[in-house]
Design a protein around this ligand. Structure first.
Ligand SMILES: Nc1ncnc2c1ncn2[C@@H]1O[C@H](COP(=O)(O)OP(=O)(O)O)[C@@H](O)[C@H]1O
Ligand SMILES: [Mg+2]
Length: 243
């Protein structure tokens, strides 16, 4: 994907949460967003997803500006696959129905076609045994894998994931990261907020460190982790890699 931010700012009341972010990534497959808590990562991801309006500035995805008006955003959201930390699935629906609902309601697939797409995806990700279970009957890792399958089902232009493993224990984290890596290897484009530095290093091609609403550092993954130029990045990495 090509991603351009031009002076993107976001205020919540008196608080400036994103402070005139600008960047140009001509060709990036996985952009990892890292940085201290409260730095603005989720806000930026929600702006990319069209779930939040910027206060000012422009976002271009593959050369097309995201138009922050409700009708255009409805269309935009349908072209994006999002996965958040938790609470992604409808609790009263089975795994299968969680996949078919957006295919039918937002994308206009007839029920039988939606079921076919959903079943194929569940099979592909070795989740078929869970098709008829509700989220409460699944492990956290299985829930996130269903959520990822649902995000992929709509053939999104880009996948936006916000700390998809931070609510999971290490074993489940592994199975979710494996699935992301598989999708990455298929050539899907991601913007991924993560605290998993080892994983970011393995899958990301570009890394942006966001702190206090600013991009403290942006560059190829090896540069950020091996030769960080900003003190903010060095301090952050020292803190997060300490244990
Ligand atoms: N809906 C909101 N209303 C008011 N303040 C918010 C809202 N969402 C986020 N914030 C504030 O914006 C700042 C950045 O938050 P966030 O984007 O969640 O950071 P991160 O994901 O990097 O931890 C925080 O100070 C947070 O409290
Ligand atoms: Mg966040």
């Amino acid at each position: 994907m090509k991603l351009v931010l031009q002076n993107v700012a976001k205020d919540f009341g008196p608080q400036r949460v994103l402070d005139n972010l600008s960047l140009t990534l001509e060709k990036v497959h996985t952009l990892a967003l890292i940085g201290p808590s409260g730095g603005g990562k989720s806000t930026l991801l929600r702006i990319l997803a069209g779930l939040e309006y910027p206060t000012s500035g422009t976002v271009l995805l593959n050369d097309a500006p995201i138009v922050y008006r409700e009708e255009e955003l409805l269309r935009h959201r349908r072209s994006i696959g999002t996965v958040f930390q938790s609470f992604n699935l409808f609790p009263h629906l089975t795994a299968l129905a969680n996949l078919t609902l957006p295919l039918e309601k937002a994308h206009g697939h007839p029920p039988a076609a939606a079921r076919e797409i959903a079943r194929q995806l569940l099979a592909r990700f070795r989740l078929s045994d869970h098709a008829d279970k509700r989220p409460a009957e699944l492990s956290g890792g299985q829930r996130q894998r269903i959520a990822i399958a649902r995000a992929v089902a709509i053939k999104p232009r880009v996948l936006l994931f916000d700390e998809p493993t931070s609510a999971l224990d290490p074993e489940m984290t592994g199975e979710v990261l494996d699935m992301i890596e598989e999708l990455r290897a298929e050539g899907r484009d991601f913007v991924l907020v993560t605290h998993e530095m080892g994983f970011a290093r393995r899958v990301a091609d570009q890394v942006a460190l966001l702190a206090h609403g600013r991009i403290a550092e942006l560059g190829p993954v090896a540069q950020i982790f091996e030769h960080p130029t900003s003190q903010v990045t060095r301090d952050f990495l020292a803190r997060i890699l300490k244990y």
